[in-house]
Design a protein around this ligand. Structure first.
Ligand SMILES: NC(=O)c1ccc[n+]([C@@H]2O[C@H](COP(=O)([O-])OP(=O)(O)OC[C@H]3O[C@@H](n4cnc5c(N)ncnc54)[C@H](OP(=O)(O)O)[C@@H]3O)[C@@H](O)[C@H]2O)c1
Length: 263
């Protein structure tokens, strides 16, 4: 299916790794232009090398826990590629499991993932064409118990509520706002979790991987490219009547909760 995003301009936050990098790659493959925002020079340099020379991709270093970072990311995108057709709010750090999160962990995730997404939406609104779209990435902890992670559950649920709020507010401009909800996805953070479980439980990495994947009804972690395909579909005209939706990409974990968890 041709996603029909060619010639369009997007901002992808956290586009240097994992789901964000896969989304950037797919948008570029389909002929779109992408400004990638991330926090560190290291991840930007790695992603730039990975994606190769391409005049349709740009990078901006921006700490999205702060409103100035959101402004910088959106300004870089619109100055380089003009009016925006869409924004993917995806940036989030690794939420370390184990024990109850302290206040600092709550604040860190809240500022990046909920207030950060809100700041990017606010910064982007004046620079997005009518008929454009936002996709906000949450996570299945919003829908089920995730041991040791009440902040992840609450903040991801907040992201989904934020999407519905803006879907209603922006429908008059035909701007659509949807949430994609990944389950266990084979990104860097997943590989770290495999390593951690292997060390913690004294088992080899293949057995640790099996332990993490075992609770996913489809029997494997989702590939980041599969989450990216859903994100790009929701940015595209193929989903022109879909707004305020929460789309789960989790191998069936929410439908049939097992023991799957990252960490
Ligand atoms: N992977 C999973 O299994 C899974 C499951 C459920 C939900 N999710 C959600 O999916 C999204 C992507 O996850 P992922 O696993 O692909 O992430 P990832 O591989 O850890 O990559 C995170 C991205 O966000 C950027 N980032 C982190 N902190 C930032 C900050 N303060 N300002 C700007 N950029 C920042 C990182 O850039 P730097 O490296 O430069 O900091 C990187 O590009 C997140 O919202 C995550 O919560 C993932």
């Amino acid at each position: 299916m041709d996603p029909r995003v060619g010639g369009q301009s997007y901002l992808v936050t956290g586009g240097t790794r994992g789901i964000g990098l896969a989304t950037t790659r797919l948008l570029l493959d389909e002929g779109a232009s992408v400004m990638v925002a991330a926090r560190t020079t290291e991840s930007i340099e790695r992603a730039a090398a990975d994606l190769g020379e391409n005049p349709r991709v740009g990078f901006v270093e921006a700490d999205l826990r702060h409103p100035e970072g959101a402004d910088r990311a959106v300004t870089a995108a619109s100055e380089r590629f003009g009016e925006l057709d869409g924004v993917v709010n995806n940036a989030a750090g690794f939420a370390a499991g184990g024990g109850h999160p302290d206040r600092a962990a709550w604040t860190e995730l809240f500022e990046l993932k909920l207030l950060g997404y809100e700041s990017v939406i606010q910064a982007a609104l004046g620079r997005m064409r009518d008929g454009g779209g936002f996709v906000n990435v949450s996570g299945i902890a919003s829908m089920r118990h995730w041991p040791g992670s009440p902040h992840v559950s609450a903040i991801n649920a907040g992201v989904e509520a934020l999407s519905r709020h803006y879907a209603a507010e922006l429908a008059g401009r035909r701007i659509r706002v949807n949430t994609v909800v990944p389950g266990v996805t084979a990104t860097d953070r997943y590989r770290m979790a495999v390593q951690r479980v292997s060390e913690r439980d004294g088992i080899d990495p293949a057995a640790a991987r099996e332990r993490l994947d075992g609770g996913v009804p489809l029997g494997r972690a989702t590939d980041p490219a599969e989450v990216a395909a859903t994100i790009v579909f929701l940015l595209s005209e193929h989903s022109a009547s879909t707004t305020g939706a929460t789309v789960v990409v989790d191998g069936g974990t929410i439908a049939a909760p097992g023991t799957a968890r990252v960490g």
